[in-house]
Design a protein around this ligand. Structure first.
Ligand SMILES: NCc1[nH]cc(CCC(=O)O)c1CC(=O)O
Length: 305
């Protein structure tokens, strides 16, 4: 039986609520008779704010409580930033829809400086992402990298309070929150790569409910699924989650999918890069992962903790 209403489990940050509202609006537009409501919840990833996420460990820190809500029948779906979704889902869960990707670049945000090159030697840059730290180290070994956790608003407030000369955030998050004016410059491919799946919103639901999954699949964007699928397959083959210094960027060209991948070391700034083309997203992801491993990526990934 087709359900008359759907409940969306979401985190309570402004960005998460924006994304859940966006999905709710898209679902109402696709299914005019469907009632859609939000179920805001707190996750461990939101509560632990005093440590870098990489040190908290455990994949899916932002997902667990939302999956519990779905398992207990308190919600039919959850909305996530795809980059926070581990390459391997918990058993019994699927991603019936991946929405069209927004700007996947990172943003350089600063009051005094227009871009990375303008920063004076030793400038203080805030980010707790090992992926961003590794790329900053590689491009500017002189910088002082400082931890910066919290939701987007908290991070901007810490920059505004003078704790940093610049910070790095996702462009997509700033744009969704109406904060695009804070972007001084974009850190983008080919010089800089995003997290696998960055800027894509994913819907998660329990497997085995064909009617519900069919309603949700109406929002799926096949093109985004293919490109982020390659990025996530690469990450999975490297054993990655959002807490390892792995970056990936896949685009569609006239000749098919093209994937560039990177593995870095946040301390030394050593970066390994590989790229390849292909037609099958999963095979392409494994291909680029194998090229990175052949260059010694396993050692870098093992070194990180
Ligand atoms: N880790 C937090 C997170 N998860 C997704 C986004 C941005 C939105 C997106 O990538 O879809 C952010 C904020 C950031 O990295 O600045």
């Amino acid at each position: 039986m087709t359900p008359a209403s759907l409940r969306i489990a979401t985190r309570k940050s402004a960005l998460a609520l924006w994304q859940a509202e966006h999905v709710a609006a898209r679902l109402r537009a696709a299914h005019p008779h469907l009632a859609v409501e939000l179920v805001p919840l707190s996750t461990r990833g939101d509560e632990i704010l005093d440590r870098p996420l990489a040190s908290v460990g455990g994949k899916g820190l932002f997902l667990k409580e939302l999956e519990v809500a779905m398992a207990q029948g308190r919600a039919e779906l959850a909305v996530h930033s795809l980059k926070d979704v581990p390459a391997e889902l918990e058993p019994g869960f699927v991603l019936p829809a991946i929405l069209p990707r927004a700007d996947a670049a990172d943003a350089f945000v600063s009051h005094r400086y227009a871009d990375l090159a303008e920063l004076p030697p030793g400038a203080r840059v805030g980010t707790s992402s090992l992926r961003r730290q590794a790329q900053l180290r590689a491009l500017r070994p002189d910088l002082t990298l400082l931890d910066l956790r919290g939701n987007v608003g908290t991070r901007l407030a810490k920059l505004d309070a003078g704790h940093y000369d610049a910070i790095v955030l996702a462009c997509a998050g700033l744009e969704r929150l109406g904060l695009a004016a804070r972007i001084r410059s974009r850190l983008a491919a080919p010089d800089w790569l995003p997290a696998p799946g960055q800027a894509a919103i994913a819907i998660e639901a329990r497997a085995g409910q064909p009617q519900i999954l069919a309603l949700l699949a109406a929002l799926d964007d096949a093109e985004t699924r293919a490109t982020v699928g390659a990025e996530r397959a690469m990450n999975q083959a490297l054993g990655g989650s959002c807490t390892v210094p792995v970056a990936a960027w896949c685009v569609r060209t006239e000749r098919g999918l093209h994937l560039t991948g990177m593995v870095g070391d946040a301390h030394s700034g050593r970066l390994l890069r590989a790229e390849a083309g292909g037609s099958d997203a999963a095979a392409l992801g494994r291909d680029v992962a194998a090229r990175l491993l052949a260059q010694g990526a396993g050692e870098l990934l093992g070194l990180r903790d």
